[in-house]
Design a protein around this ligand. Structure first.
Ligand SMILES: Cc1ncc(COP(=O)(O)O)c(C=O)c1O
Length: 364
């Protein structure tokens, strides 16, 4: 099955085979070595030249585990988080903080609008109780890329902590984490890094670590400094998904061999190809080109076509597409182009799509 959903993604045979390596105990040196290599490769890939300034904290759990660990570990008692919310995952950040009964304020934008850095600056000037700002890098809801660099500049100039959910961004989009002084970035193995779901991570700026140690512990499983301390000793606090770590290392090797910039360009080319063909077929994208990511395109459902029939007919032909969420559920469909997809996969999908569309035209 060809997966055109935003994770889990199709992986290469090389990554799949890595699952078959020998069983090991996570309290032995073999696992310490594996963990150390994964941490180093994450730093090489995502904070090149500034590896000494960051720690890669690796967790067993999906992307949400990394995001939740970051947000609940970065607030001192009595301080607030400001969430820039323009989609389902921004909304989830707010809900997460609210659930832990931590203070949260929101700057909301429409789902197709990027947050305005000047509004953020004003909010931070007016609200000294805001300690940290959280934003999603790539809003998977619509495929919108948020202005990380511009917001990071404002947050840094106002001496606040910037926490970024880049679960669907890292490996697929350019982001200068170190140059923008971002304190925490959450990512996952199972999307643009082209590994399996089940392992996620936070890139944490070392300078922030000592401050974090003074903040209350709010979760047994996700308390971040617990992971940092254990990783310093070559281990993890809880039983890790060892085999998924093997595959994660292999996926990171593939990423480094391809080069992060080359991967983002490959994704960009694939997305452009899909968008151009859809345009020729009269299927309209939800967002203008300047807001679109490299790996997801949200399209308006063609008139007279329901998501269910489009999905089912494409699935019968071997392609899995993705529904809209929330207010867009009945209006759009999404095509993701993350993962080990080849030119024939994309060509095959476009041909199948065209056939399904032609069939729908006959029946209306
Ligand atoms: C931006 C973003 N954040 C967080 C998540 C949650 O990740 P997971 O489903 O791996 O927990 C997703 C999942 O698609 C996402 O796209």
């Amino acid at each position: 099955m060809i997966l055109l959903n935003p994770g889990p993604v199709n992986v290469s045979e090389r990554v799949r085979q890595a699952l078959m390596r020998p069983d090991i105990c996570h309290r032995e040196s073999e696992f310490s070595d594996l963990l150390g290599r994964i941490q180093q490769k994450l730093l090489t890939a995502f904070v090149p030249g500034a590896e000494a300034d960051y720690i890669a904290v690796v967790l067993t759990g999906s992307g949400t585990a990394a995001v939740e660990s970051a947000v609940m570990s970065c607030l001192p008692t009595g301080k607030r988080m400001l969430v820039l919310n323009n989609g389902v995952y921004g909304e989830r950040l707010s809900n997460m903080i609210g659930l832990h009964r931590l203070g949260v304020s929101e700057l909301k934008s429409e789902w197709h609008i990027k947050p305005d850095p000047e509004r953020v600056r004003l909010a931070l000037r007016q609200h000294p109780e805001v300690h940290a700002v959280a934003m999603v890098h790539h809003e998977t809801t619509t495929g919108l890329i948020n202005p990380i660099k511009e917001i990071a500049e404002v947050v840094d100039s106002q001496n606040r902590v910037f926490v970024v959910d880049s679960v669907s961004g890292l490996g697929g989009e350019a982001i200068d984490i170190a140059g923008s002084h971002i304190y925490m970035v959450a990512g996952t193995a199972g999307k643009c890094i082209q590994g399996f779901p089940g392992v996620s991570f936070v890139l944490l700026r070392k300078g922030f670590l000592e401050r974090m140690r003074g903040y209350p512990k709010r979760s047994w499983y996700l308390h971040m400094t617990h992971y940092v301390d254990d990783q310093g000793k070559g281990t993890v606090p809880f039983t890790p998904a060892v085999q998924v770590y093997y595959a994660f290392e292999e996926a990171l090797d593939e990423l480094l061999e391809e080069g992060v910039a080359n991967r983002t360009q490959r994704y960009r080319r694939t997305a452009t190809r899909i968008r151009e063909r859809m345009g020729q077929l009269g299927v309209k994208a939800l967002l203008p080109p300047e807001s679109q990511s490299n790996t997801i395109t949200a399209f308006h459902l063609p008139s007279g076509v329901t998501y269910a029939s489009l999905h089912d007919q494409l699935k019968d032909r071997g392609y899995v597409i993705y529904a809209g969420q929330g207010q867009l559920e009945s209006k759009i469909f999404r095509i993701a182009n993350m993962g080990a997809l080849t030119e024939p996969h994309i060509q095959g999908f476009l041909t199948a799509f065209e056939q399904v569309l032609a069939g729908a035209a006959v029946h209306t």
